[in-house]
Design a protein. Sequence first.
Length: 138
Amino acid sequence: MPENGFNPKIVGFLCNWCAYSGADLAGVSRMQSSPSLRPIRVMCSGRIDPGFVFTALQSGADGVLLAGCHPGDCHYSEGNYLCLRRALMMKKLLVKFGVDEERLRLEWISASEGEKYSRVSWEMENRIRELGPLELQQ
């Protein structure tokens, strides 16, 4: 546990076909990933409703990772482009609510990029540690 006692809670919405498989590859390859990241498998990053992100933050998450297939590689044609548009909109809304937009991160991770998944999980944990706990006004 860190000196200040803060262990971030990060929720990760991971595309089944790419990012979740990349996380699985990291695990079977014995690559260390952040234990602060709790992955949730979704069939496509395009299926991530903004309500999921805001509910996660409102329910105690300090950050949210959205991860999907690389542009052009979506198994559902254009789901990742939809996710990108939603992520940009959600970041603008977070700023309007006084939440640092860096608490929401979007990454393209393929099934063969276990190392990237591991690296992104640690980068996100470190950045959320720097930002500190999310304190929402009720």
